[in-house]
Design a protein around this ligand. Structure first.
Ligand SMILES: Cc1cc2nc3c(=O)[nH]c(=O)nc-3n(C[C@H](O)[C@H](O)[C@H](O)COP(=O)(O)OP(=O)(O)OC[C@H]3O[C@@H](n4cnc5c(N)ncnc54)[C@H](O)[C@@H]3O)c2cc1C
Length: 278
């Protein structure tokens, strides 16, 4: 019978109060340690014995990971900010795309689940992934060896696989300011397919566009071929159809159901972003 009640394996538990302390612990224990944020993925995986870390490093007591701030025109979200806190944050009101994407997350998960956990769990269905990819977010990764800021796109390398080294802690998500007058839209169908679009226009021409997708796919991605088919062109039936074909090329040909709903959803999301752009 599947165990969903108790944590079977023993572990040592730590509550660092600073990022420096947390990365010290990660350097010490390496692959045997796991970062614990909201626990909504990790504790489930531990109960199901999919993972058995010997050391748990809880990051919820590190104040600097809990804030949303501005640096120049970027908004910086601490890794341990919850979905719920993001939805209420005044600093994020210019990014309705994020709110639209996390709105459907159930209340308990909104309260507990963090943005950093959502990224590091790297599920293809991760609610925050398509909007953050379309917004060209970057993430800051810190270890005892130093820190680096990389595009979020480089974090997702496979189904629940990230490019983070075992001693790295994700500390911040950086979201650049949006072009004035650009339009954004998000759509999903039953976690099977999700699209996020950010579009700027010049009259009837698409000046710039960013399209990301997630769901029943290998990993959350930017669909660059679709973007380049639209940029510099009129957005009409023909270009939308070509862009949709580029999107379908990223979906398993055997996955007919997801292909069907993607064909319906993608033009709808794109059109919405286009109409919202001024
Ligand atoms: C009933 C249920 C419903 C759910 N619904 C949704 C949904 O609608 N949409 C959705 O996207 N997800 C959903 N999830 C999945 C999950 O809740 C989210 O992915 C959530 O954002 C995970 O965040 P967390 O803080 O709980 O992460 P945790 O479970 O604490 O951690 C997840 C993973 O990330 C690692 N990690 C966490 N933070 C860091 C960090 N700062 N640096 C390095 N590694 C880190 C952990 O070691 C672990 O491997 C659901 C889960 C459940 C149980």
């Amino acid at each position: 019978m599947v165990n969903t009640r108790i944590l079977v394996n023993e572990f040592e538990y730590f509550e660092p109060k600073t990022v420096a302390e947390a990365v010290d612990l990660l350097a010490r224990f390496g692959k045997e340690a796991k970062v614990l944020a909201g626990g909504t993925n990790l504790l489930v995986d531990m109960k199901l014995e999919k993972v058995s870390p010997k050391y748990l490093i809880y990051i919820g007591k590190i104040p600097e990971l809990r804030s949303i701030t501005r640096a120049g025109s970027d908004v910086i979200i601490g890794a341990n900010v919850t979905f719920f806190e993001m939805m209420k944050a005044a600093e994020l009101k210019d990014y309705p795309l994020l709110r639209e994407a996390i709105e459907s997350v159930q209340l308990e998960i909104k309260r507990m689940g963090t943005i950093g956990g959502n990224i590091c769990n790297a599920a293809p269905t991760a609610s925050a992934a398509p909007p953050l990819l379309a917004l060209e977010a970057k993430v800051k990764l810190v270890s005892k060896r130093g820190s680096r800021v990389i595009p979020l796109e480089e974090v997702f390398v496979g189904d629940r696989q990230t490019s983070l080294a075992p001693d790295e802690l994700l500390t911040e998500i950086h979201i650049p300011a949006l072009d004035g007058g650009c339009g954004t839209a998000f759509g999903e169908i039953k976690r099977k397919i999700k699209f996020a679009a950010v579009v700027s226009r010049q009259g009837d021409t698409c000046k710039r566009c960013r399209i990301a997708m997630g769901g029943d796919v290998e990993r959350p991605i930017r669909v660059r071929n679709a973007e380049s088919l639209l940029e510099g062109n009129r957005v009409d039936e023909n270009t939308v159809r070509s862009a949709c074909e580029a999107v379908l090329a990223e979906i398993d040909p055997e996955n007919w159901y997801v292909r069907e709903i993607a064909q319906y959803l993608f033009p709808k999301v794109l059109q919405e972003a286009w109409e919202r752009a001024r």
